[in-house]
Design a protein around this ligand. Structure first.
Ligand code: PFF
Length: 453
């Protein structure tokens, strides 16, 4: 049986709509908040180069694999994996991949909701003018006072989770389309404004050097693992999100071309965020390795120095970051939601509310990580938030991605990728097969082994 042409959950109205939705999923806190702070923690340049290499050599082939599996299966990732494994005469256990993906989605969403809540809170903090003219001490003080206040953090987490559940429940049609069509370009423009400001700090060159000066001497295997994990995280890979989104993708669109556009947009946004943030770090004598607070300390400082215009731009910026986070958060829910609808024949509303409630509950651990649980450690020296982040980004996503790649490259009925990518030039198609079979899985394996020992 050939793959179905439509999914019961609905379809993207066009190729552009798929690009927008998938870019909406990829571009999020990972680009603007996480990329700069992990780059700061891991010494810059060489780390960035490894991350870029992982995007090209591992990320793009795996995203293609996810999209093609999804478009062939046209069901939730769990059932798609089951159906395709059976059709290819393989073990039903491949569906486990869908399960691990759904679990990773819960875990990531749990802390994603908290950090996105921080961004929403900052809409009002910058809007109130509290940061106009602020120096580094004020910006740092405001951030630690905020994250140290459990009730305030909890409040914004609840607001964000409710919004996410509301959008998922309504289905991904209109609302999402509008959000990505207008808000993503607006975010892009504001990032350019911030990079423009960064050029006036007198430390732009230093910022660029930090990002692009490839000094491999400082690079550890642990940092390589973080960079690789981030390539998965930022492209929304390894937990079958792109498989779920691919299952709503029209048959006519080219997978390679579409995936390349998404990867480029995602990477550009991350690099722009880095170029906006690091000059401000150096100009104000801040620590690049400040951790998760980096964006929340540096950018308000930059806005604060722009006076009244900064108050306006700052508010708009955090609104846009919150939207970027929502379009990612809904994609974290989608694999599990689609499965719940198929399995229990429940409505999307019930599926979204249940999944959101569980993720919210789990997220309390991250809410507490910056206040009442600051000194409570879980995996090694990591607090709750760091533990969940480590477990998902550095373990579950790369592992999931490696298995998806192996499945698509070795175990899937050979005719399926040929049909799904019939428009792709044979040379490029063979390059994908090679990457899916060898490059991506072997690279992930090597990094795992080296980081472990
Ligand atoms: N890619 C998103 C970001 O960079 O913020 C996060 C994310 C979304 C990760 C969806 C994984 C996922 F499945």
């Amino acid at each position: 049986m050939a793959g179905a042409t439509e999914s019961i959950h609905g379809m993207w109205s066009s190729r552009i709509m798929f690009i927008l939705a998938a870019t909406g999923s990829a571009v999020g806190l990972g680009n603007i908040w996480k990329f700069p702070y992990i780059t700061g923690e891991n010494g810059g340049g060489a780390f960035v180069l490894v991350y870029l290499g992982c995007v090209v050599l591992i990320g793009i082939p795996i995203m293609m694999a996810e999209v093609l599996l999804g478009r062939e299966g046209r069901q939730s990732p769990i059932n798609t994996m089951l159906a395709l494994a059976e059709r290819s005469g393989r073990s039903r256990h491949w569906q486990l991949l869908g399960w691990v993906g759904a679990l990773a989605g819960f875990l990531i969403l749990s802390y994603y909701g908290v950090i996105a809540g921080w961004a929403m809170a900052y809409v009002f903090k910058t809007g109130s003018g509290a940061l106009v003219g602020a120096d580094a001490g004020v910006a740092e003080g405001l951030f630690s006072a905020f994250t140290g206040n459990v009730w305030e953090v909890l409040f914004w987490q609840v607001v964000f989770m409710c919004l996410t559940i509301f959008i998922v429940a309504r289905g991904v049609g209109q609302g999402l389309e509008m959000a990505v069509k207008y808000l993503m370009p607006a975010l892009f423009v504001l990032l350019l404004v911030l990079v423009g400001y960064a050029t006036t700090t007198g430390h732009f060159g230093e910022g660029l050097a930090f990002l692009f000066d490839f000094n491999f001497g400082k690079l550890t295997w642990e940092a390589v693992l973080v960079a690789m994990g981030h390539a998965f995280f930022t492209l929304s890979l390894g937990m079958a999100t792109m498989m779920a989104y691919g299952s709503y993708m029209p048959r006519e669109s080219s997978i390679l071309g579409t995936v390349a556009i998404i990867a480029v947009l995602d990477t550009v946004v991350a690099l722009l965020a880095g170029m906006a943030i690091f000059p401000v770090v150096f100009a104000n004598g801040l620590e690049g390795s400040a951790g998760p607070g980096l964006m929340f300390i540096t950018l308000p400082l930059a806005f604060g120095k722009m006076g009244a215009a900064g108050q306006f731009f700052g508010t708009v910026f955090f609104v846009l970051v919150s939207f970027a986070a929502i379009t990612s958060a809904i994609s974290l829910v989608e694999p599990a939601a689609a499965w719940a609808v198929e399995k229990f024949k429940i409505t999307r509303v019930r599926a979204a509310v249940t999944i959101g409630a569980i993720a919210w509950l789990l997220g309390l651990g991250t809410v507490f990580s910056s206040n009442i649980w600051v000194d409570v450690f879980f995996l090694g020296e990591r607090n709750f938030f760091d533990s969940v982040d480590f477990l998902t980004a550095q373990f579950m996503l790369p592992l999931g991605g490696m298995l998806i790649s192996l499945f698509a490259g070795w175990f899937l009925d050979r005719q399926i990728p040929r049909d799904q990518m019939s428009e792709t030039h044979p040379l490029l198609f063979n390059a994908w097969v090679f990457a899916a079979r060898f490059i991506a899985p072997v690279a992930v394996f090597i990094v795992f082994v080296m980081a472990l020992f």
